[in-house]
Design a protein around this ligand. Sequence first.
Ligand code: FEO
Length: 394
Amino acid sequence: MKPTEVAKNIYEVGAIDWNIRDFHGYSTHEGTTYNAYLIVDEKITLVDTVKKEHADELLENIAQIVDPRKIDYVISNHTEMDHSGGLARVMHRIGEDKPVYCSKAGYKNLSKHFQQKWNYRPVEDGGQLGIGKRTLVFMETRMLHWPDSMFTYGKEDKILFSSDAFGQHYAGLERFDDQIGDAIMPHARKYFANILLLYSPLIVKLVEKVKAAGLAIDMICPDHGIIWRKDPLKIIKAYVEWSEQKPKRKALVVYDTMWHSTEKMAEAIVDALGHEGVDAKPMHLRKWHRSDIMTEVLDAGAVVVGSPTLNNGMFPTVSDFLTYMKGLKPQNKIGASFGSYGWSGEAVKLINGELEGMKFKVIDPGVRVAYVPDKEALQACRELGKNIAKELPH
Ligand code: FEO
């Protein structure tokens, strides 16, 4: 690929991963990119690298601008392997003695990952690095989303190199927000819901910190997806809104089913919710990917979970989903459960326990039905739907 000049003498030199469809359990239906940035100044500086498999592509892209051996500094904003996997290859090519700037936690993590005695230069929050006409400022963003994460801010260009934050898993030839428009927002939203949701309180604080510092931002260059140059404020505002997790009059009925009994119950609950003016939909766990369901959870006021009882437990896909959702710590949700069973019927109680563990407001003991739901059982499901609707905001 031809590198993209994002600002004068600043190039995006990373790689497009068109074919990745599973990013450690997150479905990347449209691939992703690993962005890296080359700043050509008196000291030539590379901000982040790419996944190991794409390291040659990164070096070829850099070579279209400068001989990689001329790179003076490397900045590693984040240790996760999709951004540092190519570091060993890069260091080998540019010279193992070249300084690697990173956060203190980044120093620890990179040392453990690579077991190399590179010329690490751990930086302080607010630390600065002059590279000629430009000054780069480092901002620690611990736990957004790893302990080592940091931003690098180009003072003169007013560019925020934001690592994972404000990214999207999207592979395309478009490189900027103005080239793709609003079509990028569902990708940004999914990325937030599946990677950053649990850090919502930290995001609110970070935005306040940036505002208080009066940091002017003309462009945000994340490590995945498109670059925000037309309207960087748009994605910042969206992050604030998503972090607030205000529940909508929306309910998801997430379920699996063995012989369609739990499915019939799910559909009755959705039907009742719809009659009460709730935006509701059934989401079958073997038809919807967990990460797409999680994207819908972001602004849902209620998550209703259904499972048949299998071997005295809940169905494995339900357990998988609950584990995944629990880790992402969604806030301000109503929860309820339902399910069919043959002889023991533990699933509903187990689901309630999980939902309570996530601090969901469980509004009902749940509907359990032996074998196939009859008219009465389906009515009980409709009542559950109505009760959920009463609790949701208008
Ligand atoms: Fe894109 Fe946390 O790595």
